[in-house]
Ligand binder design. Structure first.
Ligand code: SAH
Length: 391
């Protein structure tokens, strides 16, 4: 097997099971090593440390095992079976939920791989060339483990892969074929279009936060800002909200929101979608909302954009806090990996100061069990949320 040898003392993090090897830690590597190769990582004293996929970028190796392996079919079968068992222990799927994340990259010792299940369809998203080269084996393992539970596997990796490789591949079915799926999440119904939708089609990571919103929504005037396909809107209306306004910049998203409201047989007169920029919408808003959800896209994907992202979160939340009714409840989120919980909370302090409102923290929110991060990989805890009471 091809080899990478680390510089002296640069084995500390991998010995603590952190699954990424950065370029600065690498002393030597085999000359014929190319993107996507399976590679073994050794310390400067030539001790075996881990096996992973090589890529010539700042993360040079994404580790898939801390024990020697050739990553054959049995290896993937075990990874998928273990991941499925973990979901089953956490009641996924269940009688009222048939959409969930089956493989959450590093959390499942599969750095570079996401697998989401939407009813009868599995959507694979590879973030590394090495993982993409393994997609046929992974598909075979999925079919074996989910025996009879899925009819199609769709590979949606093109945009997630490094462009030099991604430009040459196409998203396609690896097994069977299927149309847009109708899924159920805690008994709430949604259309998921995994081909045309954002990410793999749906934001599964908000499942438990949406459920929590139900308990706050009865009789409230609700604004779902950055609504995508209306996840929080459906929960709010079903829980008895007085009215719900859903806002997203994408026309596709707001029209799917309308379809999802109708799909659940909810009162269409109580809901309205707006295809607008959230900040602009808030500035001009005439309705006084009692409950707001602010769930923007990741404002920062790299450390270098962190400062600008903080300003973005501050601006949007300060505006929400200014506009919300006295005693209003704000569900606010950040899914940027480079903004940790402390920084996010401090940003809310700055927003509250700017809004001139007294703000209290009612609850700390996070990601659900099917997105559980590894303790050795703090970057995996990306979703942070707060339930705030704005007086
Ligand atoms: N809360 C959603 C997920 C939000 S994803 C859910 O539960 O499914 C973020 C959404 O923000 C995307 O749909 C994107 O189209 C939208 N968006 C991005 N920038 C925006 C802006 N400036 N104004 C309004 N929507 C925006």
């Amino acid at each position: 097997m091809k080899k990478i040898i680390l510089k002296p003392k640069r084995d500390v993090s991998i010995k603590r099971f952190h699954p990424w090897v950065f370029s600065g830690a690498v002393a030597t590597k085999d000359d014929d090593l190319k993107d996507g190769d399976l590679v073994e990582v050794y310390s400067s004293r030539e001790e075996y440390l881990a096996t992973g996929h090589f890529q010539d970028s700042s993360i040079q190796v994404r580790v898939i095992s801390f024990e020697e392996t050739e990553a054959d079919y049995d290896f993937w079968l075990k990874r998928v079976a273990t991941a499925f068992q973990f979901r089953q222990q956490n009641e996924l799927p269940s009688s009222d939920t048939n959409c969930y994340r089956l493989i959450h990259a590093e959390g499942d010792l599969c750095s570079g791989l996401i697998v989401d299940i939407y009813n009868e369809v599995a959507v694979i998203q590879c973030h590394s060339v090495g993982m993409h080269l393994q997609r046929e084996l992974i598909s075979k393992a999925l079919l074996e483990v989910l025996d009879g539970k899925i009819t199609a596997i769709y590979d949606k990796s093109k945009k997630a892969l490094p462009s030099i490789y991604g430009d040459r591949v196409h998203d396609s079915f690896l097994h069977g074929e299927a149309e847009q799926q109708k899924v159920s999440e805690h008994g709430h119904l949604f259309y998921v279009n995994f081909v045309k939708g954002q990410k793999t089609g749906f934001f599964l990571d908000q499942r438990e936060n949406r459920k929590l919103l139900s308990s706050y929504a009865k009789g409230k005037r609700v604004l779902n800002a950055f609504c995508y396909t209306g996840g929080f809107s459906v929960y709010a209306l079903k829980a008895g909200a007085e009215l719900v306004h859903s806002v997203d910049l994408s026309e596709k998203a707001t029209s799917l929101t309308d379809e999802n409201i109708a799909l659940n047989g909810l009162d269409l007169d109580k809901h309205k979608s707006y295809t607008r920029d959230v900040l602009e919408f808030l500035q001009k808003a005439e309705t006084e909302y009692d409950l707001m959800i602010v769930d923007p896209p990741a404002y920062a994907k790299h450390q270098s954009k962190r400062h600008k992202a903080v300003q973005g979160y501050k601006r949007i939340n300060a505006m929400a806090m200014k506009k919300i009714a006295p005693g209003g409840i704000l569900f606010t989120f950040s899914c940027s990996k480079v903004i940790d919980r402390e920084l996010f909370q401090n940003t809310m302090v700055a927003a509250a100061l700017e809004a001139g409102r007294h703000v209290r923290i009612l609850q700390y929110l996070s990601q659900p069990a099917d997105h559980a991060p590894s303790v050795f990989h703090p970057e995996g805890s990306y979703l942070k949320g707060l339930v705030l009471c704005v007086e």
